[in-house]
Structure formats: C-alpha cells, structure tokens
Design a protein around this ligand. Structure first.
Ligand code: 3HC
Ligand code: NAI
Length: 696
C-alpha cells in the first residue's frame, strides 16, 4: 500500500503530500506519517520552509470518524498539531477542497495559510456531537476573533475563501487552482520577505465581555434544546479568552472527552454514516442508471410545484403537466414564484432564474410534451382512479425506457404499475413537502421494478441533493406507515388521560420540533380524516378507534387552514382549543375509560415504543432494508431529533428489552395496537441490537 504521507524536497522547501482517499481523513497512519516527517525536519539544516497539502480532491476533511469509540493510538492529533506549530521552519498549509474539523485545525497549527479560490472551511464537529478537540476552539478565536469563532463553531457551517480571508483565517487566495504550486509560491514569497514561523498560539485574543458567553449559552440552549455539544463548544471558546493557551487547550480536551463519551455523540455519528449507508443497496451495486436530464411532472399542486422547483434548481429540464390550460398557467406561476423566493433568499442568482425560465421550464396540459422525458413523476390527487388514468396516458406517450414514477403517499404501486405495458419501468419516488426543501426521498421499489430503474431513482436523488432511502410496497411505505402507527399511540395516550397539549409538550421536550397534534393542524386535519374514511371498511373490529379527531373535522375545524383545530390560530397568537377537551371527554365516556394521570415519561415511552415496534415490523418484512434506513427516514422526513440518532438508534441506547417491556405494559390497555413485533421479541431473546442487523 502506498504511504498516506510523503515528503519531497523542492529546492529548499519540504513538501508534504497527504494521500488518504477519499477525503484525506487524519487516520492513525496519516498522523504517524506527519509526526515522522516533522521529527525528521528538526535535524535538517538544508530546509527553509515546509508546505503541507492534500492530493486528489481535498485537503484534510477532518479526524477519521471511524476511529471514534476505539482505543486511541498515538500520536494524538492535538499533540501532533502542537508539534507542527513548534516547527523551527515556517510551515505553510496549502488548502483546496474542504479543510474541515481536524483538517482546519492542522491548517491553523501551521504558520501561514494559502487557499485556492474554490476551497471551503469549517469546524463541523458540533454536528457530530463533539467540539473541535485539536486546538480549534483555542486557535480560531486567536485568528478570527471570539464572535466569529463562537458562531462558526456552534453552527458548524462552512465558509468560502473570500470570507476566510476577510476574517483572518487564511492569509492569501491563490490565482491558480493548482494547490501545490500555490503553496510553493507562497513559501517562496515568505522566504523572500524573510518571514519565519508565526505561531497562532502566540496571538492574543481580543478582549470580550463575559456577557458575550452567557448570551451565547442562552441562545444555544434555546436553539439547540437538549444538546450538549453546543454548550461545551462555547465553554471551550470562553477558555481561549480567559485562560493561557496551554490551559485553554487542556480544558478543551476535557470538554471534548466528555462529549466523546455521550450518547449524543454516538447518535450523531450513527446518523452521519447511516445517511451514507442508505445509498448502498445490493440490487443496484454496479448497475448503470439511465438518463435523468429531462423530467416531467404531472400535477401542479403542492407537491408537483415543489418537485418541479427541485429539478430546476438542480439544473434539470422540467415539463409540468396539469389538467387543463388555466391550471397549467396557474401552476407555472407557482413554480416561478417558488424560484423567485429562492432568488430573494440568495439561493439562486437572477441570471440562473432567467436562464431556467427561458430554456428549461414549461407548463402545459398536453401529455405529448413528455415525449422526450427521461423520468416522469406523477403527483396528482391521491386517488387510485385518477392515478390509473394518468399512467395509462403516460404509457401511451412516453418514449421506451422512460421511467414512470408516482409520488403517492399510501397507494399500491403494484396496482398502478399494472396500468402500463411496462411495469418494470414503474417506481415510487415519494417526496416530502416542501419538495424543493426537504431532503428525504423514499424510493419505492415495486414487484417488477427493474434494478436499472431503481438505480436511476438513486442517481436522480443525488442530482437533486436528496437523501434517498429504498422502501418496499405497503400502505405508507417506511415513513407514513410508522407514522400512522405512532399517531394512534398518541391518540391512545389522550384516551388514557393525557390532553393532546400534554402530548405535544412532552414530545417537544423530548426533542421534536413540533408536537404531533400541532403537526396534524399544520398538515390539515381533513387529510387524516380522508385516510381514516378510506381505511374504515377494512378496519379491524378490535381496533380502539379514537373519535375525537373526527368530531373536530365534522365541526369544520381542519387546523391552521380554517384557523382552528387542536389549537386556535388567532392574530394575537396560538392557544389551545378548549373545545377539544370536550370531544376527548365524550370519547372517553363513550368507551367507558376513566382518565388517569399520564406522566411526560409515559407519553414518550408510548410514542417511542409504538414507533420502534412498527419499525421492527417494517424491517422484518423487508419494507426497509435495515434499521438504519428507518432512522434516516425519520430523521430527514419526520423531524425526529438528530441528536437521538433515529428511533432504532434510540431503542438500542435505552435497550430493546425496555422497549419490549413497554409494548407489553401498554398492551394491557389495548392489546390490538400493542402487539409485540416478532423481530423485536427475537432480538431481545438473543441479546442482540438493531446495530447488529445494520452491520450484518
Ligand atoms: N472520517 C472517516 N470517513 C469519512 C470522513 C471522516 N472525517 N468524512 C467522510 N468520510 C467518508 C464517508 O463516510 C464516505 O465513505 P463511503 O464512501 O464509504 O460511504 C466517503 O468518505 C465520502 O464521503 P461523502 O460521501 O460524504 O463525500 P462528499 O464528497 O459528499 O463530502 C465531505 C465530502 C464534505 C468531506 C463530507 O464527507 C463530510 O462532511 N465529512 C465529514 C467532515 C467532518 O465532520 N469533519 C470533522 C471530523 S471530527 C474532527 O475532525 C475532530 C477533531 O476536531 C479532533
Ligand atoms: P394537490 O391537490 O395539491 O395537487 C394535485 C394536483 O394534481 C392538482 O393541481 C390537480 O389539478 C392536478 N391533477 C389532478 N388530476 C390531474 C391529471 N389527470 N393530470 C394532471 N394534473 C392533474 O395534491 P398534493 O398535496 O400535491 O399531492 C399530490 C400527490 O402527492 C398525492 O398522491 C399525495 O398523496 C402525494 N404527497 C403529498 C404530500 C403532501 O404533503 N401534500 C407529501 C408526499 C406525497
């Protein structure tokens, strides 16, 4: 195997190349290679400067996350960076690609920094539940000031070369994109000017008022509720302003270690790898996808408009089809408005907007406009009749090999596929609202879908910058099926004695952005009502059916859109709708239930046990490939708190035996809803975890 760190001598400059694909992470071999190189420089009298750069597509993108949780091997990164900083020769970091985390910390330990125009920088550790633990919290405030450091470290956001130059993080932007040449040129200029080492640790942090840190802690306590890492990040930066460098570094280390040992760190790193793992689907391994340049969208309602905008923002050619001329005109306007909003928010340039409208977008009521489409995505009403009609027409006009996709939320994709003469080209592409913003895409593989078509779904998702999860066919696929189940558990908690407001409060404090009843109000109570009516004929007589939601709908209260649902939406703010409690009381009375005290913990236990239990069925039935596919779905489409890693990671953390005990406990009240999933029971009996299945 070739060495990940190599040194060449160019005239009197030592050039260190780091080659550890794919992202030059600071694995043990890289750290050891750098350590050895700098140890050797100490005795070299022929050298005048050192340049460090990364080969291939990037500088160092951070510590090697795969080593986290394993025994640490020397040299430790903080010590290595101290050694680089102590070097008697001027050390220049030449940066391209992404200098992230430990990579940026190496660069800050160097004495000078030059970057190519396209380089990006950031300390994303907080998004992994840790903090920059190799001096980043001490060196960034010295280079770029406390305010910038606090904001950059607690957000983890990336910045470009211009901003990095402006705040003092880098010294120069090179005119060439050849990073090695840029490093050598800068080194020569520095030597010509007689510049020697310039150590970041010797810089003085500009004084700041202590209130700055208190305000930052209060802000993050609100913004990142329940999360440990942002608080520790702030404490570490505070150390840079109040302690000598060595002590600040020691405190940073202690705060870092505390986070490394937390469940939140494990959960966030699980999320990071799970989001990459979901694309690894055995049936498409090595399969070449078809073209995805031209897409058609049928239906210009909420979803169709969002899907069209998503395609256009990603550079695709989009044809939108509506029922008639006026509807086509109207949906065309809505797409333009969505794009204009992107311009206003600085996400799209005016030039690109003009180019899209001139060349890449059209709305029509004529299906013949789809003859050249590579992929057509249907997003018409959620009605089997309407969808069958659309697919019959698509089959007639689309070119051979075109992919015919449906955005249906619940309907049977196999039945839809049978409407065409080419069921192997039919697939589900289930977007989430708003489709140009939400990152999740469920790729629903029907019985006859060809692997090439599935591979094309994943390729399209990548172009659209979405996270795609493979799902099998069932009512609701992965996400909506699990949602239907845990929503029933929320209704069950209300029948047992909690109010919908208690449920929302408990789950918001658990980490959800919004409680489930508030979400129902937002989505429109009529939507759930329609689904319940659709499923009524097949409802099992043993099901305990909560009726209070139907009573609200019958009174014409559909949530936000009618100004009233579980909550009242008034000009002067939102308040709880007391009428709901009357409907709940009547429902309990009719069922002979005596309300009892339900604690916050019990609400969370019910919610999580229902979610995990149904998810175990979804995995066992092969609807989701692995538990991690469920986690990624819930994290990216349903607002599950990322720092809890998803429901399956949460279940492993609290113990599957605890989840199973809860299922059995609640079954005493409603044996139909709370039937233990066989997979859950089996894992408990075998002493295994969902992680074991992920790794199988
Ligand atoms: N360690 C180990 N593996 C990593 C890694 C890392 N830091 N970063 C990326 N990878 C792996 C990915 O898992 C993926 O592996 P796979 O091909 O087997 O699935 C592969 O590298 C390519 O990654 P992406 O698919 O994400 O490639 P992109 O080109 O889309 O993105 C990136 C590249 C922007 C570098 C992105 O991977 C990224 O954001 N990485 C994480 C960066 C990060 O968080 N750095 C901080 C680490 S913590 C740290 O440094 C602690 C220190 O302060 C002590
Ligand atoms: P919508 O009611 O907002 O839009 C549907 C559009 O389809 C309307 O503009 C209608 O004029 C058009 N249409 C109906 N028949 C047509 C035909 N034969 N040809 C062309 N256009 C036709 O509905 P929405 O919310 O956009 O949902 C569309 C689909 O997406 C449904 O299957 C729904 O289940 C699914 N979905 C909806 C989500 C949501 O949050 N709204 C989320 C994910 C999927």
């Amino acid at each position: 195997m070739s060495q990940p760190v190599s040194v060449e001598i160019h005239e009197n400059i030592a050039i260190i190349a780091i080659a550890n694909p794919p992202v030059n992470a600071l694995s043990h071999a890289v750290r050891a290679g750098l350590e050895a190189a700098f140890a050797e420089f100490a005795s070299r009298l022929d050298l005048a400067a050192v340049v460090i750069y990364g080969t291939d597509r990037t500088f160092i993108a951070g510590a090697d996350i795969r080593e986290f949780g394993k025994p640490v091997q020397e040299p430790l990164l903080p010590d290595l960076i101290n050694r680089i900083e102590s070097c008697h020769l001027p050390v220049i970091a030449a940066l391209h690609g992404t200098a992230l985390g430990g990579g940026l910390e190496v660069a800050m330990g160097a004495h000078y920094r030059v970057a190519v125009q396209s380089a990006r920088f950031g300390l994303p550790e907080v998004t992994l539940g840790i903090l920059p633990g190799a001096g980043g919290t001490q060196r960034l405030p010295r280079l770029a000031g406390v305010d910038f450091a606090l904001e950059a470290i607690t957000s983890g956001r990336q910045i470009g070369a211009q901003e990095a130059l402006k705040v003092g993080l880098i010294d120069r932007i090179s005119t060439t994109e050849d990073v090695r040449a840029a490093g050598i040129a800068f080194a020569k200029d520095l030597l010509a000017e007689g510049k020697g080492p310039r150590r970041t640790r010797d810089l003085v942090v500009d004084p700041v008022a202590p209130e700055v840190f208190e305000a930052a802690k209060a802000k993050m306590a609100k913004k990142a509720r329940g999360q440990l890492a942002p608080q520790n990040c702030i404490k570490a930066v505070e150390g840079a302003a109040t302690l000598p460098f060595a002590q600040g570094l020691a405190q940073e280390r202690a705060l870092f270690q505390e986070l490394m040992e937390s469940d939140q760190r494990a959960a966030l790193i699980h999320a990071f790898f799970a989001e990459r793992q979901v694309a690894k689907v055995p049936e498409i391994n090595g399969v070449t996808p078809r073209a995805t340049d031209k897409i058609g969208v049928i239906g210009g309602g909420t979803m169709g408009v969002g899907i069209a905008a998503s395609g256009l923002l990603a550079g695709l050619d989009v044809t939108l089809i509506e029922r008639d001329g006026p509807a086509a005109l109207m949906s065309g306007d809505r797409v333009r408005k969505t794009l204009k909003d992107s311009v206003n928010r600085g996400k799209l340039s005016q030039d690109s907007y003009d180019e899209i409208l001139a060349n890449r977008f059209r709305a029509s009521n004529d299906y013949k406009a789809l003859v050249e489409a590579d992929v057509v995505i249907e997003a018409v009403f959620e009605s089997m009749e309407v969808k069958k009609d659309v697919f019959t027409q698509l089959d007639a006009v689309c070119k051979p090999g075109a992919i015919l996709a449906s955005n249906t939320s619940y309907l049977d994709l196999n039945e839809i596929a049978q409407m065409t003469s080419r069921p192997s080209d039919v697939i589900g592409l289930h977007f989430f609202s708003p489709a140009h913003v939400m990152r999740l895409l469920e790729i629903v593989v029907a019985d006859q879908t060809a692997p090439e078509v599935t591979a094309t779904g994943f390729a399209l998702a990548k172009r659209l910058n979405k996270i795609a999860v493979r799902a099998g066919v069932c009512d609701g696929f992965i996400g909506n099926r699990i949602l239907s189940h845990y929503r029933k558990a929320c209704d069950g908690a209300v029948l047992a004695g909690a109010s919908p407001f208690d449920v929302d409060r408990a789950l918001v404090s658990f980490g959800l952005a919004m409680g489930p009843f508030a979400v129902s109000d937002l989505a429109g109570l009529d939507i759930g009502w329609a689904t319940r009516k659709r499923l009524a004929p097949t409802r099992d007589p043993r099901e305990v059916y909560a009726e209070f939601a139907d009573r609200l709908c019958e009174a014409g209260h559909f949530g936000r859109k009618t100004g009233m649902g579980y909550y009242v939406y008034a000009e002067d703010g939102t308040r709880e709708n007391a009428e709901v409690l009357d409907h709940v009381a009547a429902d309990r009375a009719a069922k002979g239930i005596t309300a009892r005290e339900i604690s916050e913990q019990e609400i969370v236990d019910r919610y999580m046990a229902a979610m995990v239990n149904e998810a175990a069925r979804v995995v066992e039935e092969g609807i989701a490939l692995r538990p991690l596919d469920v986690d990624v779905t819930l994290l990216n489409g349903y607002g599950f708190p990322r720092w809890r890693g998803g429901p399956m990671q949460y279940a492993d953390t609290v113990g599957l035996d605890k989840i199973l005990r809860d299922v059995k406990r609640f079954a005493e009240e409603d044996a139909f809803l709370w039937q233990p999933a066989p997979l859950l029971a089996r894992l408990v009996a075998e002493g295994k975890t969902f992680a074991d299945l992920n790794n199988a």
